[in-house]
Design a protein around this ligand. Structure first.
Ligand code: HEM
Length: 252
């Protein structure tokens, strides 16, 4: 008998327990922000505090969502697609609030100034790009949209999430003036996740290795041909599509 009295299998438990848990965890920063705002505890510059907190959470959730597939590779434990989609949508939610704080509270809808900011201040340009890229992913995150677009096209579209996360990291790096540590940590995480993903793109790293060999950086005789080992059933099941799974919607 399982923890839920034997009524649900493991998959069902994950679905029924994990989704509410993800919802609770991902909505907690927003709840705390609302509480602090209502109690006047956002500090001397509440607009800045809201901008920073929502920007930070948008970026963290984006990176956490991107990390789920590699986590599956390493641990063999697969995050249920619905909970995964919820995390991605929360990232979009925090990015939207972040943008709205800027639009409404910071700029008071001064559209001319906003357009000028987007065109002339590079960190705003990349931040805006990161946000805009997330919108179609959020809009196409339903099962119905997966069916309408067709799996292949939908997956290709949802790879934009990597570009969006990269632009968000750049946005943060660009706006920081003194302490680079935090954006650099986010940047390192993003680069690692990209490298893991590109490892799965046929020929990406091997083409680079071959090029190095041709230019003499790595002597040709030092490169031994790899023995062709048959993959185990488990390895096959965990490879390939896992890392191509998009994050802001259903993937299966
Ligand atoms: C996916 C979209 C975005 C993400 C993930 C993101 C993330 C961030 C992060 C992490 C910070 C720094 C927070 C800190 O210092 O603790 C930040 C700051 C900021 N972001 Fe964004 N951002 C996004 C989009 C935008 C957009 C669309 C705008 C406006 C058009 C914007 C405007 C700003 C501003 C004004 C700041 C504060 C800069 C300062 O006062 O130094 N961001 N953002």
């Amino acid at each position: 008998m399982n923890a839920l009295g034997g009524r649900f299998g493991r998959g069902e438990q994950e679905r029924w327990l994990l989704k509410p848990a993800v919802f609770l965890l991902a909505s907690t920063p927003a709840t705390l922000l609302i509480r602090d705002a209502l109690e006047g505890r956002l500090g001397a510059n509440p607009i800045e505090a809201l901008t920073f907190a929502t920007g930070d959470w948008a970026l963290r959730l984006l990176l956490i969502t991107l990390a789920l597939s590699p986590l599956r590779e390493v641990s063999g434990w697969s995050f249920p697609p619905r909970a995964r989609r919820m995390l991605g949508l929360f990232a979009l939610f925090y990015a939207l609030v972040h943008f709205l704080v800027y639009l409404v509270l910071d700029q008071f809808f001064a559209l001319d100034d906003i357009v000028e900011d987007i065109l002339k201040r590079p960190y705003i340009t990349v931040g805006f790009t990161a946000f805009v890229l997330l919108i179609p992913l959020g809009l196409t995150s339903t099962r119905r949209m997966v069916r309408r677009l067709g799996g292949k096209r939908w997956k290709r579209l949802h790879r934009l999430v990597y570009v969006s996360a990269g632009a968000a990291v750049l946005h943060y790096l660009w706006l920081v003036k003194l302490d680079w540590r935090e954006p650099l940590v986010y940047g390192a995480v993003w680069a690692l996740l990209m490298a893991v993903r590109l490892r799965r793109v046929p020929g990406f790293f091997s083409a680079r290795r071959a090029k190095r060999g041709r230019t003499g950086t790595v002597p040709a005789r030092a490169r031994r041909p790899r023995p062709l080992r048959p993959r185990s059933a488990g390895a096959t099941a965990r490879s390939g599509p896992a890392l191509h799974r998009p994050v802001l919607g259903e993937s299966e």
